[in-house]
Design a protein around this ligand. Structure first.
Ligand code: GLN
Ligand code: ZN
Length: 765
């Protein structure tokens, strides 16, 4: 029996890689210093895995920015616009592709970035052209194998398989299908493998995550072709194909018939597939059981895992079983031992956690237990694991009867407003008395260094809570005055009191804990530190009313209350693994519902519930979309439906394509939805137009991601374009998203132009 790891987090437990990269980009350290820091991290991770007892230790899982971009550079898939950088080092070329290049009079755009399957990791999308040529351009994969070997570790190089690599990319011109490039691509893979084998590689891992998704006939043919050719060229090489994030489903037969040594399957996401696969694995194929959750932070339940391993062993024998995490540990934070006691992260909760380093150990202990090795130690580990799992099952920290009862007693009426929008809109129109093309913003105003500094000082106890609150109030008041001065119709308080739109709520809700170092790479040097939802979620007191009511007290204009929706809070947290996501989401929805009611009672007439993450929660397999959308939309509706018809509920979503879920978006029944639209020149609005979306809608008229100040004319043009497809009575005027990353000067100018645009639009009526 072997142990296997698919990939280790590369950012470092203190985000060393982030710091090194950002210092290099800022010109503070040399390239040599950067590469040295990177090497230290690689070696640290290798030794850690070796000492733990992992047999198949990955190499080439390290990346300075992104593993897909690494592969594009390896294969020479470098878009022509970077040719002018020909004299630069490979590292600088690589960063130019990742981040764009604005120097020496050049202005080259970065490559596009998109989400890695259903994770919060973003990869750089390969750009393919007709007759795309490939070459063995960067030797990173070979260099990192040699480096490890020189340090006494014979690794298993990891590379994205050729079929998945092509599927991850995008055709940048018409007239070809990228999967047809497989014929050009395979020879370069053969070159790479040849060199690796020459240097002593015994095992190699090809990631083919698309095997767990729907495949076209062409994709399937390509998979068979590629792995048959590789087998013919390297009959003695041990090839492992890794799949993750879903079950193999209808591709099971195809997957087990590929001529390779081992197949890795994700048994956390899809435990049911084991039985199905055990019935069809041919002799000679080993299974790598992805049994330790690589996507979450909880300790593995050894008792349950051992049962699963036992089932597999009975069928295949120990020699054909490999124990592994479910997917690359890239998606887990580094080391839970670094967490110290904290108000929310109590010793008991810490005892339930396992980050990457701990997961590696779990894999090894599971193998020892299943294989009767190192018996005393393994038995001790099992004992403490059983205790931790038992305490989590029954802990009063987790289970709250009142919350469970409230969820159980939810009725259909709880997710319905009193009357349909057609009636609500008239009631609201009378009370709110807004002009045609009402103007508003999405919520946050610039979070300046000053504002963030106050929060840092409060944390360090350099200022008191009341001093902090006085500062935030002053900033809020100034922001209200500014909005009044330019004539915005619906004001916001500015969200200055919030560190982050999820963390702010998590900190005030029961059932949430926060880590100090639980960072996970999101893209490049960007990391996120998701809250941990460990227990039943409930609200003990109002979370935002104080700030909204204060802002409203300053002005006769309408001030919109600002909340984050249940699906987004769920989506951007580590979630419980002891109940379905749906149940956790419903609990959050009830807490938000209470907040909505409190805002209404405090005299707030418009309440926005942001749901930017609704779309990213969609399951990878389409056949599961319906179930998800049903509970996600219901959760939003539960949060939004406890108010009077006169209260106007807004929601906001950013960078979403809406076509395939427009019916569900409409079903959320928000009185007003604001969406990002400007960069698509209002094209995103077409889905709403085609659907005849009945409620009101604010298509973003300017891009908040750039400091560029738009002028009135261009916003008038965009709104006129919108008015061609959506009746003007339904339209609002607003930016694409919150303004927290912007600076004040451009914010002030841009919003003044935006209000002027709305005024001009009204004049024409
Ligand atoms: N209200 C939030 C803000 O303005 C919305 C942010 C978001 O959509 N991601 O910052
Ligand atoms: Zn947004």
């Amino acid at each position: 029996m072997f142990t296997n790891n698919l990939g280790y987090p590369r950012i470092g437990s203190n985000r060393e890689l982030k710091k090194a990269c950002e210092n290099y980009w800022a010109g503070n350290i040399s390239q040599q210093e950067l590469l040295h820091a990177a090497q230290q991290l690689r070696l640290h991770n290798l030794y850690l895995q070796k000492e733990a007892g992992i047999n198949l230790i990955p190499s080439n899982d390290f990346s300075l920015y992104d593993q897909v971009l690494d592969l594009s550079l390896t294969l020479g898939v470098i878009p022509a616009r970077y040719e002018v950088l020909g004299d630069k080092s490979q590292t600088d070329l690589y960063f130019a592709m990742a981040r764009g290049y604005q120097k020496d009079g050049l202005d080259i755009t970065a490559m596009e970035m998109t989400k890695w399957f259903d994770t919060n990791y973003h990869y750089i999308v390969p750009e393919f052209y007709k007759n795309q040529e490939f070459s063995f351009f960067s030797k990173k994969i070979v260099d990192e194998f040699i480096e490890a070997k020189a340090n006494g570790i014979l690794t298993k190089p990891v590379i994205i398989g050729p079929v998945s690599y092509l599927l991850l990319g995008k055709e940048k011109e018409a007239g070809f299908d990228r999967i047809d490039l497989i014929k050009n691509l395979l020879p370069v893979y053969i070159d790479i493998i040849t060199e690796l084998v020459d240097k002593g590689v015994e095992w190699i891992q090809f990631d083919e995550p698309f095997l767990a998704l729907h495949l076209s006939e062409k994709d399937k043919t390509a998979l068979i072709y590629v792995y048959t050719e590789i087998k013919m060229a390297f009959p003695d090489l041990k090839v492992l194909i890794a799949t993750y994030f879903e079950g193999l489903g209808e591709n099971s037969q195809l997957a087990v018939s590929l001529p390779v040594c081992a197949l890795h399957i994700d048994l956390v996401r899809n435990p049911e597939q084991l039985q199905q696969l055990l019935d069809i694995v041919p002799d000679g194929l080993s299974l790598s059981l992805g049994i330790v959750d690589g996507r979450n932070i909880w300790k593995n339940d050894f008792t349950a895992s051992l049962k699963i391993i036992d089932t597999a062993v009975k069928k295949l024998g120990k020699n054909r079983i490999i124990i592994a995490p479910s997917c690359s540990l890239l998606h887990a934070p580094c080391d839970s031992d670094l967490e110290t006691n904290d108000a929310t992260l109590t010793p008991q909760i810490r005892d339930w956690l396992a980050f990457a380093k701990q997961k590696i150990n779990e894999v090894v202990v599971l193998k020892q237990l299943a294989n009767s090795e190192n018996i005393t130690n393994a038995a001790n580990s099992l004992k403490s694991n059983i205790a931790a799992i038992a305490s989590k099952k029954t802990s009063g920290l987790i289970h709250n009867t009142t919350v469970k009862e409230r969820v159980a007693s939810i009725t259909e009426g709880d997710s319905k407003r009193n009357n349909p929008f057609s009636i609500r809109k008239n009631i609201q129109a009378k009370i709110l008395n807004l002009p045609l093309y009402p103007t508003t913003t999405i919520g946050s105003f610039p979070q300046t260094a000053g504002v963030r500094g106050w929060r840092a000082q409060l944390k360090k106890e350099a200022i008191t809570l009341s001093q902090y609150e006085a500062l935030v109030k002053k900033e809020t008041e100034a922001t209200i005055r500014f909005q009044e001065s330019i004539g915005l119709d619906v004001l916001v308080h500015g969200e200055f009191e919030r560190n982050d739109m999820v963390e702010y709520f998590g900190e005030q809700l029961e059932g949430f804990a926060f880590t100090k170092n639980g960072w996970v790479q999101s893209y490049g040097s960007r990391c996120v530190k998701p809250p941990i939802i460990y227990g039943d979620v409930y609200r003990t007191q109002a979370m935002t009313v104080k700030w909204s009511a204060y802002a409203q007290s300053l002005t006769n204009k309408l001030v919109k209350g600002m909340l984050t929706g249940p699906v987004t809070i769920l989506q951007w947290s580590f979630v419980r693994n002891d109940q379905p996501r749906k149940d956790t989401c419903t609990q959050i929805a009830l807490a938000i519902r209470d907040e909505v009611a409190d805002l209404e009672a405090a005299g707030i007439k418009i309440i926005q519930i942001d749901e930017p993450a609704i779309r990213e929660g969609l399951p990878l397999r389409k056949e599961q979309w319906r179930e998800y959308l049903n509970w996600a939309v219901t959760a939003f509706r539960i949060s939004a439906s406890g108010v009077d018809d006169a209260t106007q509920v807004h929601t906001h979503m950013c960078y979403s394509e809406f076509n395939d879920i427009i019916e569900d978006i409409a079903n959320m029944d928000a009185d007003v939805i604001t969406i990002e639209c400007s960069r698509s020149q209002m094209e995103l609005l077409d889905a709403f137009a085609d659907f005849k979306y009945p409620n009101q809608i604010g298509p973003g008229v300017y891009d908040i991601h750039s400091p560029r100040v738009p002028n009135k004319e261009e916003m008038v043009i965009l709104m006129n374009k919108a008015a061609l497809v959506i009746p003007k009575e339904q339209l609002w005027v607003n930016p694409d998203c919150g303004l927290k990353t912007r600076h004040w000067p451009e914010t002030k100018q841009a919003l003044a132009e935006m209000v002027a645009a709305a005024k001009e639009l009204r004049l024409k009526e």
